[in-house]
Design a protein around this ligand. Structure first.
Ligand code: NAI
Length: 328
């Protein structure tokens, strides 16, 4: 049996947390031969801590063979101590009357504190996934608040958008989801994201040629993927949780165990490729192998794509400007 690895999850007793921690403990994220120690962070309030206690009791009752230990805490440094992986799910939701700018600032406070705690306490090889919204900007803040950790180890979750796009494409083309490769979702995890299937293949042939419907692409597909989160809220009365947890598992599993050459979308700090300024946390196509991701480079960008990619970039830059004073 391998040595256990430490997996930190913040907001562990929330909606997504409740769909996530049991799957991690069952080996769905890091493999059925990889024991894990779960280190779970929740707010210090009695209600949150009691909910976390309940979740831990249920973890016990699952008797997962791979669960080698668990910690429940309200102290970020304790949650991140020696952690090999961190899934930062907990974030401040938008309250009544709260402006977007206030939401950004409240979350900036959380991700500055958590970035510093990661910097101080986590394994030097930690791999961080930020799920809590605004995910790209929160990931960027955590990265900048942890200067002793490699920047490339901070990522934001675009995988739910990627998976949503895959399903829509599979349905439109009447092909199995698993047969589609080379899909990209560029940019911010927000309705400005740009799902792009120009390079996508199905069984090696062009998916774009198979679909051959540019009006559907622009008028149905792109808006549908962008507004899917809102559609789920309208239908369920609650935001996506099972699919968000599933996407977090997919993101981390692929990063840790590899994609066998398949493209996936990850929010990663830009290296300047595709005209996206350095360090902007942006959705890019990547392949993963040996615990590292590599950006898929040099794809041709046409005029329509450039406009879409710049629009989502502008939103990210606006978010960054909104929190710049806090990072100064
Ligand atoms: P939730 O409100 O059910 O759970 C969040 C949990 O985090 C709560 O239990 C809360 O007590 C805890 N929390 C809040 N601040 C914390 C902090 N500073 N430290 C530790 N714990 C903290 O929310 P849900 O549905 O689980 O969503 C979590 C986040 O994920 C939200 O920001 C949501 O917008 C985001 N999200 C992101 C997606 C993506 O694709 N990137 C998709 C779906 C949701």
């Amino acid at each position: 049996m391998k040595k256990p690895v430490r997996v930190a999850v913040t907001g562990a007793a929330g909606q997504i947390g409740y769909s996530l921690i049991y799957r991690i403990a069952a080996g769905e994220m890091l493999g059925k031969d990889q024991p894990v120690i779960l280190q779970m962070l929740e707010l210090p309030m009695d209600k949150a801590q009691a909910a976390l206690k309940g979740c831990m009791m249920e973890l016990e009752d699952c008797a997962f063979p791979l669960l080698a230990g668990m910690v429940g805490t309200s102290d970020p440094k304790e949650a991140f101590k020696d952690a090999d992986y961190a899934l930062l799910v907990g974030a401040r939701p938008r309250g009544p009357g709260m402006e977007r700018k206030d939401l950004l600032m409240e979350n900036a406070k959380i991700f500055i504190e958590q970035g510093r705690a990661l910097d101080e306490a986590a394994s030097r090889d930690i791999r961080v996934l930020v799920v809590g919204n605004p995910a790209n900007t929160n990931a960027s803040i955590a990265m900048k608040s942890a200067p002793s950790l490699p920047k490339k180890n901070f990522t934001a979750m675009l995988r739910l958008d990627h998976n949503r796009a895959l399903s829509q494409l599979a349905a439109k083309a009447s092909v199995p989801v698993a047969d589609i490769d080379k899909l990209v979702v560029w940019g911010n995890h927000s309705p400005t994201m740009y799902p792009d299937y120009r390079f996508a293949t199905v069984g090696g042939a062009s998916l774009k040629d198979k679909i051959n419907d540019e009006a559907w692409n622009r008028e149905t597909f792109i808006p549908k993927v962008g507004k899917r989160g809102a559609a789920i809220i309208e239908a369920r009365g609650l935001s996506s949780a099972a699919s968000a947890a599933n996407a977090a598992i997919d993101h981390m599993r692929d990063w840790a165990l590899g994609t066998n050459g398949k493209w996936v979308t990850m929010g990663i700090p830009s290296d300047g490729s595709y005209g996206i300024p350095v360090d902007i946390m942006y959705g890019f196509p990547v392949v993963c192998a040996n615990g590292e991701y590599t950006m898929v480079r040099d794809l041709p960008i046409d005029d329509y794509s450039r406009t879409m990619m710049d629009k989502t970039l502008a939103e990210l830059q606006e978010e960054q400007a909104g929190v710049a004073s806090m990072l100064a």
